[in-house]
Design a protein around this ligand. Structure first.
Ligand code: SAH
Length: 228
């Protein structure tokens, strides 16, 4: 699926948001070890500039996290690709949960690789922004909720994969039990200074933990925020 970018200047972008700068980003992701063609294709055809304020949109295809307001960031493309690739390792996904919608970039990548995506965000204006962005991209298989995501979203589960895009100090146990048998939780764990990406795979009532790379995410905070 593509977004008919040729016919829409907003989606296709100009100058620094052009196709050439997007291809350069893809090269960088491959250099860093991203191999899934499905994931790379979806990143290539997802316009990241629409998730950013106009003043920053010229930097949309740099492989960096960028501010989106409310002290939060849009994730770095590499980490979005990496977490998605781990979730997608054994093929198409049925049901996925994301904790920390932000402006909806990771959500929109997941929405094109999974049948259904649920995503929870604690800051209401960001969730509203994400809803607008997903609508602009015509993605209709996403359910959004304004809540504290550390409790997951039980009624939408169980999930093949849960991706957490904010870091708790320790893994919230509620998330583990919302995984399908064989399901994967991909989560950064740690404090502001040092975090580690972890993959937890459910096997019946057992949970296998794999420690992956060092990462840097905003903290997973408790409670909801209406507006600020
Ligand atoms: N997925 C986003 C990343 C946004 S940054 C992207 O693709 O760019 C992480 C987000 O997690 C922030 O928007 C922050 O408000 C949110 N967050 C932090 N703690 C949370 C919690 N307990 N529940 C839900 N969202 C949370």
């Amino acid at each position: 699926m593509s977004f008919r970018s040729e016919s829409s200047p907003n989606l296709s972008g100009i100058g620094m948001t052009s196709q050439r700068t997007r291809e350069r980003l893809l090269g960088r992701l491959m250099d860093q070890g991203i191999t899934s063609m499905e994931v790379l294709d979806v990143i290539r055809s997802t316009p990241r500039h629409i998730f950013l304020d106009e003043a920053l949109s010229h930097r949309a295809y740099e492989d960096v996290a960028l501010p989106i307001g409310f002290n939060q960031t849009i994730s770095q493309p590499y980490i979005v690709a990496r977490m998605t690739e781990i979730a997608y390792r054994s093929g198409p996904l049925n049901n996925v949960l994301e904790i920390g919608t932000g402006c909806g970039y990771q959500t929109s990548i997941l929405a094109r690789l999974a049948k259904r995506v649920a995503s929870v965000e604690r800051i209401k204006p960001l969730l509203d922004k994400a809803r607008k962005n997903l609508r602009l991209l015509g993605l209709r298989n996403v359910s959004l909720k304004h809540d504290d995501g550390s409790l997951g979203w039980e009624s939408m589960g169980p999930f093949d994969a849960i991706i957490t895009t904010a870091a708790p100090q320790t893994i919230p146990h509620e998330l583990l039990f919302q995984l399908n048998d064989g399901g994967r939780l991909i989560i950064p764990v740690g404090g502001e200074a040092q975090q580690q990406l972890q993959l937890i795979t459910r096997q019946g009532e057992d949970f296998q933990r794999e420690k992956l790379e060092e990462v840097r995410f905003v903290p997973l905070l408790v409670g909801r925020v209406q507006d600020r």
